[in-house]
Design a protein around this ligand. Sequence first.
Ligand code: WTA
Length: 572
Amino acid sequence: MKVETIAAVQGDHNLHNYEEVSSDFNWADVEKEFSWSKTGKINMAYETIDRHAESDRKNKVALYYQDQKRHESYTFYEMKRMTNRAANLLKAHSDLEKGDRFFIFMPRSPELYFAMFGALKMGLIVGPLFEAFMEGAIYDRLDDSEAKAIITTPELLPRIPLDRLPNLKTVFLVGENVEEDGKIVDFKKHLHTCSDRFEIEWLDKEDGLVLHYTSGSTGKPKGVLHAQYAMVQQYQTAKWVLDLKEQDVYWCTADPGWVTGTAYGVFAPWLTGTTTVIIGGRFSPDAWYKAIEDFGVTVWYSAPTAFRMLMGAGDALVKEYDLSTLRHVLSVGEPLNPEVVRWGVQVFNKRIHDTWWMTETGAQTICNYPSMDIRPGSMGKPVPGIKVAIVDDRGNELPPNQMGNLAIEKGWPSMMRQIWNNPAKYESYFMNDKWYVSGDSAYMDEDGYFWFQGRVDDVIMTSGERVGPFEVESKLLEHPAVAEAGVIGKPDPVRGEVIKAFVALNEGFEPSEELIQDIQQFVKKGLAAHAAPKEIEFKDKLPKTRSGKIMRRVLKAWELDLPTGDLSTMED
Ligand code: WTA
């Protein structure tokens, strides 16, 4: 069978020859780019901002920020000053110290980034939270991490259960006329009175950087800790994969509440001194195309759901905007359908480059590079210097074309360093002390391209957002009508998957459209809008194992009209 390919892009790319570079690459060489190689110390905020502010890039725009109300830009020099002010502010109004967890829970705005990098300058570990999270989700994450401070807005403040979080000593509020007390500090008021000089806290390369909570198929969300050293891979992939160059204007559409929004929203582009666009507000096809036109975006990193929504908005719309500056387009987060890749070529005359990675990998891991042919539907090939393989359940490497566990050889630079508070969980990801097992299944073809097949576990990817079924089930069970709940991802042509819940009701409750809506609202308000089941189906009883575990596999088989497989562990 002939495989469909889209030929490599001609031109001068940072990664000119994949095979040659892969055969002989040493990560230690990348370390030379950073202060660590000279002083033995490091700080992400220095490498992303101050270093450029002290160079020829001083007056180059670092950040273009735009939402419906604000349209601002900051040079690297201005970012240095604003983040110094923020660092001084955090220091003066709290007892935060190196290694303490500082959370960010607010919509995108310049202040979010001032605070994030100010916190990094102090040596704090930054924990970003998606703004759609509600009280239950917030509590779990702040409690587990023993967060000491948070920055938020007056609108979101009521969702933070302050009285149940004894470790949370300080709340920085970004709003107008904030009423301060022993706990609440007015961020904007103090920002402009704080000094714009700050002595950076110099760190070791293994010191903490960010703590991203993410979902698995069981248990509460897990805190994935990354070290400062992640910058080595983030920097190098910004070069090879994003193909960033001095004149580029880069836009990553991800929210900083997710790993893509930190690692590739700001770290990777700023490590290379690239002008970066941040757009606030909600997704709309017009606003997105307009952003590309307004800023002259050259490199654009987004996600399959967004591309599918743009596709759905029609090709005529594309012609209303000048998108001629675009030179490189990339995607992450879910399988990128070949159809979408073909659409990209047709309407933008650009290949959409799929990239695969996850919160735990800390940076791009399997990618398509401009200088390499694309096989639509394939995630591409491993980043040079990283070994990826398909292994069986015992950790044996499988030959090409056999489906198995997608695994990465331990020790890549941006590998997660800890699951917060849970060393046993951390260890459970590794097999034979050699392989990190991703939870995805895939195969590799004879030419070394990797093809995604699905999740091995029950994790749901909806609109590119990772949702743990357990978290949703737990919330459902708190609803007075719900006796049992099982949650699965149901395939959806636009969102990849949507969340479907099977629910058995308590005595005295009857299925109804009203009850469905009430339960949906309950999850929306208690957890997050994106975690609320789009569909709810009532059942008298749910399939369970004898030990009482809901068998999601059976629910999925019901849903998809598939054989239910081995039912020997099911209760009668
Ligand atoms: C899925 C997002 C197919 C995968 C950066 C992975 C993908 C999970 C792709 C991680 C891709 C990510 N093709 N599936 N190119 N990229 N995934 O932690 O199942 O939010 O395990 O990280 O997203 O999601 P996470």
